[in-house]
Write a protein that binds this ligand. Structure first.
Ligand code: SF4
Length: 361
């Protein structure tokens, strides 16, 4: 990553270590190297979860950007056992990189907390016990699908392992959440992070920029909200469109306007400037699989995008956190609220029982 030749003086009372390394934001890869003393890679696992926004617990159809055709219990592709996915993923990464210090088991597709808590425990423990090179667990989920019992499980696992939970917040604006058919509102995200914080595991957040109807000011409000809620890490990308989604139809009908690259670069830099310097930035671009991306083509060139984001920081003479203003109430002083997980999600988990598609060992 490029260096920042003109670091602002007043970014933070103590210069964070990423600044000392010449970075312009607290990049994930460098943060992992600092923590583990070498390269650590995530291994993505599809454990066969579905989603309450697909199976009818809160809605059907799923988010308009999500290709969730594979989430049904009778999957199109037969799932490999979790242990095999880890073994194969580790082998592939080792072929690609000479020196890898360890791996994180990353439960990525669908809603990876959407099962009875005993079954979640079995599957997470299976991944963590796969071998000494598994350094920890990362779990992607929806903010309305983390009942206290699941947070207590993560807390227990975090006593001995690195655990991070990634919440799909996307935006703080409910109009945008409705447009996406998220079928939860921002109140669920606030409730989830206020119950999850301070339990010994990391809390990450996923954000989409360029949601139709959202102005620059609204996106900056989301940045301030991410900062105020005290997440440990953030993933940011532009709204992009993949095959098999309602958005793909809108693009083909000419009814969807997507953010252009220049606007995205400006917006993401503005966004990062407002985040606290210690927040880890896991991603600043999308992960659209080649051959499945419909629009915009520019987001496939992640290296160029990263270079342009770094250049924009250098041009401005700013870094992540340059415009951060600490909230009046520290995230750690926020009270832990009552669990507001929707009753329909709890009932679905209880009535369905163990997920038959989870291939464990
Ligand atoms: S909540 Fe996540 S998994 Fe479910 S439909 Fe939306 S993006 Fe897909």
């Amino acid at each position: 990553m490029a260096t920042d030749p003109t670091p602002p003086e007043s970014i933070s009372p103590t210069v964070p270590s990423w600044r000392a390394e010449g970075l312009v934001f607290n990049a994930f890869g460098a943060a992992l190297r600092r923590r583990y003393g070498g390269r650590v890679q995530r291994i993505s696992i599809d454990a066969g979860f579905t989603c309450p926004n697909v199976d009818g617990a809160v809605a059907r159809g799923g988010c308009n950007f999500c290709d969730n055709r594979s989430f049904s219990p009778s999957r199109r592709v037969r799932l490999k056992r979790v242990a095999d996915q880890l073994t194969d993923g580790i082998r592939t990464v080792r072929k690609r990189y000479d020196k890898v210090t360890g791996f994180l088991a990353y439960f990525q597709p669908a809603t990876n907390t959407y099962a009875p808590v005993e079954q979640l425990r079995e599957i997470y423990e299976l991944a963590l016990s796969h071998g000494p090179e598994i350094r920890g667990l990362a779990v992607g989920t929806r903010p309305d699908c983390v009942p206290d019992s699941v947070l207590e499980l993560f807390e227990m696992l975090a006593a001995d392992h690195d655990v991070s939970v990634e919440f799909g917040m996307q935006t703080m604006h409910n109009d945008g959440l409705v447009w996406m058919n998220r079928a939860h509102d921002h109140g669920h995200q606030v409730n989830a992070i206020d119950r999850a914080r301070g339990r010994g595991f990391e809390c990450g957040v996923h954000i989409i920029l360029g949601i139709p109807g959202e102005t620059h000011e609204m996106m900056m409000q989301t940045a301030d909200e991410v900062a105020a809620l005290g997440f440990d890490s953030v993933k940011i990308h532009n709204l992009y469109v993949v095959e098999g989604t309602p958005l793909a139809d809108q693009v083909r009908a000419g009814t969807l306007n997507l953010m252009d690259r220049e606007t995205y670069v400006q917006t993401v830099v503005d966004f990062l400037q407002r985040l606290p310097p210690e927040m880890i930035v896991e991603r600043v671009s999308g992960e659209a699989p080649k051959g499945f991306l419909v629009e915009p083509a520019w987001c496939l060139d992640k290296s160029r995008l990263l270079r342009e984001i770094e250049s924009e920081f250098r041009r401005r003479g700013t870094v992540q956190g340059s415009h951060y203003r600490p909230p009046t109430v520290s995230p750690h002083s926020r009270p832990r609220p009552q669990d507001n997980t929707p009753e329909s999600i709890r009932q679905q988990i209880e009535q369905r029982g163990r997920l038959p598609v989870l291939k464990m060992n």
